[in-house]
Structures are given as C-alpha cells and as structure tokens.
Design a protein around this ligand. Structure first.
Ligand code: GDP
Length: 457
C-alpha cells in the first residue's frame, strides 16, 4: 500500500496561520488521532475546529482540520490539512504527531509528484506549480497560472495527437500498400506535418518571452552625464533610494536594480557612459556599459531637452543603433530648447518611433515614461500566436528537438523517401513531445523536475 506522507506546507517562520498537510491512505486515521474532538463520521470538505494533541493526548494548539477524500484532491489521494497558529514549534509538534500516527516525512515536491503519478496533473502542469510559487510579478504569475490550468499541456497533447494520427495512417500505407484501404498521399502527410511544425515553431518562439518573464526584461539607461538618468532610474524603482554610484577608485560603473512595470519583471541598468577615454579604470566601466547595452531588451536614451545636443549624444545614438529604443527628452519643466531638427536627426539614427517629452523629477513625469514602457512591452513582448508561452527551459529544449525531428521527416517526405524512413523521424517527434507532458518522461526526468520543489508542495 502507498505511503502516507506529511509535511509543513507553509513557510517556516512566525505567521498568523500555518498548515500541516497529510496525503495518503492513512490520512483520515491520522486525523482521528491528532484532532482531539474528531467525530466518528468525518464529512469530507467540512471545516472542523478543535485542538491538536500529541500521542499522549497533550494539547499542542488550537486547530482547524479539513478532510478531503480521494480522488478529488490535489494529490489524488486522501488528504487532510491541519491549520494551526503559524508557530514553528506548534507546526513541528503537529507534524511529529502525524509521523507518530503513521505518516512519513514527504520528500520535496512529493505531493505534486503524487498528483502527477495519479493523473491529476500532467508534467507541464506540475512544473507550473513551482513557477507559480516562485513568480516575482504578475505577468509570470499569470503565465504560470495558465500553464497550471493545463493550457500548454493541452496544446502539446493536441499536436502530439495529430502526429499520432499521421503515424497511424503511415502504418496503414506501409502495411497494406496494395489493398483496398484508402491511402493518404505524400502531399497530405506533408501538409499535416507542416501544420504541426508551425505550431511547434510558435511555441518555440514564445520561449523568448518566457525567458523575459523568468529573468526580467532588461532595460538599459543611456545618455550623457546630468541628463537625468539616475533620477529616472530612481523614479522607475518607485523610491528615491540612495544610489551608490561608484566602487571606490572608479569614477564610472553600471548600477543594476530589479523592479516591475505593469506586472512585468524588469531589470534596469544605469550605464555609466560609453565615451572613449584613456583612463584604464573608466575603460572597464565603459566596456561593461557596452555589454549591458548589447544584452538589453530595451534601451532608454535620455537627452536634456533644455540644452543643445552635444557630439556625445550622437555618439551614444550611433552606439545603440539597431536596438529597440525609447527616446526620453527630459527636463521639459525648464523649457525645451533643442531644435526639432536635432531631435529628428537623433531619431533617424535610432530609427526610433517611441519618443516622449517629460520631466522625470516629477511623479507624473515618471508615470509618462512608465506608460510608454508598458506600451512597448504590450506591443513587442509577450505576444505569442497560439496564446501559450513556454517559460520552462526543459520544455523549450524538448520542443526544439521535436521540431528538428519533424523537420527531418518533412524533408524526407519532400524527397519522396520511403514512409518507413520518414516514420522514424515523426515517431521521434511524437516521443519527445511526450516528455513535456510526462507521457514518456523517464524516472530521471521526473527526479530532476521534482527535486526543484520546496518541502510541503
Ligand atoms: P544623470 O547624470 O544622467 O544620472 O543625471 P541625474 O539624474 O543625476 O540628474 C542630474 C541633475 O539634473 C540633477 O541635479 C537632477 O536633479 C536634475 N534633473 C534630473 N531630471 C530633471 C528634470 O526633469 N527637471 C529638472 N529641472 N531637473 C532635473
């Protein structure tokens, strides 16, 4: 018989409420031992208030107990949750009572692993549980929530089923070439596989957004000294934090901070400057700034609208040519003195179409920049054609491999190679897609996936 597992499901520390979760066939009998006032007939999904006791009957804490009957539970097994005060001591004692009463301590992720093994979740959904717990802002949270609801798993399963139909039809063509069974033509196979390949391609493309959701969209602030970069950075970070600009001995360095804009996680880097210099230490800072600009997803170039442009502004513009750029003309409050044609010149170097006039010293001025950034994110980032966004590296890797096999199959079909050969590649794609949802995942894959979980999940 399967084990009954138990763990503290809430973070360790002081809190209003803490939860001990028990899952497995002995859950109910454990509740009867730990919950002093337990009735003979426990109604599933009812809330019972009373006291937790240890195995000698000594009261540990006030406690709410809920019994959830298999199979309609998170794990698919019988589950009992005990809610007590969020005290480390109280929760540990309740856990110890559960262990004494017959449970064993759960491994990290074991509740979710059981949910997967019992068919309550596919593997991509199980992995979304970790992403959801670890999400640092709203957008990654909502992507993880979609995945947990099965949207990605369903898309993969649907592609996989269509490939399976092709495989079945290929088998008919191979096994009964001369009989009266309707044969599917090479062109029909090609059309169907290309359709599925297109769907895989969209998912692979979406992984670019997934990476941004996971790691944050990188914004690099560039501009001459004194145009207002630090003020903008502080404003975007939402507080006037004192920025330690320089490592002692250097005069220029980059500064990096994380924040969110419109629910998107961002990493802002204030670059120190990119002007050529003979100073060796400054050169290091400049190299770093150039690297940051290269890897930035969006560059925000700030110019001082109150003063004439200088050569350095143009040097900077040339340096960020080809990047996605938002041009911020700052210090509007002091009056805009730059001639329009100068701004046009900068814009043409940047081939930039996002520009705004603002005063980053004011909250409204910062709000304008935020709105512009949000618009750029909404238009250019996080758009995927199928609606699903792949955030998990393991999924992306499998999608790329499946896609490569399918492309091979398509090329072989195109060359009118025998179906026996084509079929091998198509079958590979089918198998690899199964790894994502767990249909064909090895023990090793499962172990790697679930070892990333925290205890109690
Ligand atoms: P950085 O060198 O580009 O990082 O520029 P800072 O943010 O340090 O700003 C340089 C100076 O310009 C500071 O004295 C700021 O207070 C001032 N400043 C920044 N933004 C504005 C603005 O929108 N209006 C006005 N009037 N002054 C600003």
């Amino acid at each position: 018989m399967a084990d009954t597992i138990a763990a503290i499901a809430t973070p360790l520390g002081e809190g209003g409420v803490g939860v001990v979760r028990v899952s497995g066939p002995d859950s109910l009998s454990i509740m009867k031992i730990i919950y002093r006032e337990c009735p003979d007939e426990v109604i599933p999904r009812h809330v019972y208030y009373g006291h937790a006791v240890d195995n000698e009957g000594i009261v540990i804490d006030d406690m709410v107990s809920i019994y959830m009957k298999a199979p309609h539970t998170f794990t698919g097994d019988d589950v009992v949750e005990f809610q007590a005060h969020g005290s480390n001591v109280s929760l540990r004692l309740i856990l110890r009572s559960a262990i004494t009463a017959g449970a064993r301590i759960a491994d990290p992720g074991e509740f979710t692993k059981n949910a997967f093994l019992n068919g309550r979740l596919d593997l991509s959904q199980a992995e979304a549980v970790i992403d959801l717990i670890k999400a640092k802002s709203e957008k990654p949270l909502s992507i993880a929530s979609d995945q947990l609801n099965g949207s990605l798993g369903q898309e993969i399963a649907s592609i996989r089923n269509n490939i399976k139909d092709v495989l079945a039809q290929m088998a008919v063509n191979i096994d009964f070439p001369d009989e009266d069974i309707e044969q599917v033509s090479y062109d029909e196979f090609l059309a169907e596989l290309m359709k599925q390949q297109g769907r895989l391609g969209n998912l692979i493309k979406s992984a670019e957004f997934g990476k941004l959701a996971r790691e944050g969209i990188k914004l690099a602030l560039v501009g001459r000294t004194n145009v207002g970069k630090s003020s903008l950075m502080n404003g975007l970070l939402g507080e006037d934090r004192a920025i330690v600009t320089n490592i002692p001995g250097t005069t220029r360095d980059t500064i990096e901070e994380s924040a969110t804009i419109g629910g998107y996680p961002i990493v802002i880097v204030d670059t120190a400057g990119i002007r050529d210099t003979d100073d060796l230490i400054e050169q290091i800072g400049i190299e770093k700034s150039k690297n940051e600009i290269n890897i930035a997803d969006l560059v925000i170039m700030v110019i001082d609208g109150n003063r004439d442009l200088e050569d350095e502004d143009f040097e900077i513009a040339h340096h960020i040519e080809g990047k996605k750029v938002l041009l911020v003309v700052n210090k509007e409050d002091l009056g805009i003195n730059i001639p329009k044609r100068e701004i046009e010149k900068i814009k043409s170097i940047l081939s930039c179409n996002s520009m705004l006039y603002t005063t980053v010293k004011t909250i409204e001025g910062i709000g304008k920049v935020r709105d512009a950034i949000e618009d750029i994110f909404a238009e250019g980032f996080f758009k995927s054609e199928g609606g699903n966004i792949v955030t998990n590296e393991r999924h992306k890797d499998a999608l790329v491999r499946a896609s490569e096999s399918l492309v091979q199959g398509i090329e072989l079909l195109d060359m009118h190679e025998p179906l026996e050969i084509v079929e091998i590649e198509v079958h590979d794609a089918f198998q690899i897609l199964g790894e994502i949802i767990g249909e064909t995942a090895s023990e090793e894959i499962l172990d790697t996936v679930f070892s990333k979980f925290c205890l109690g999940k």
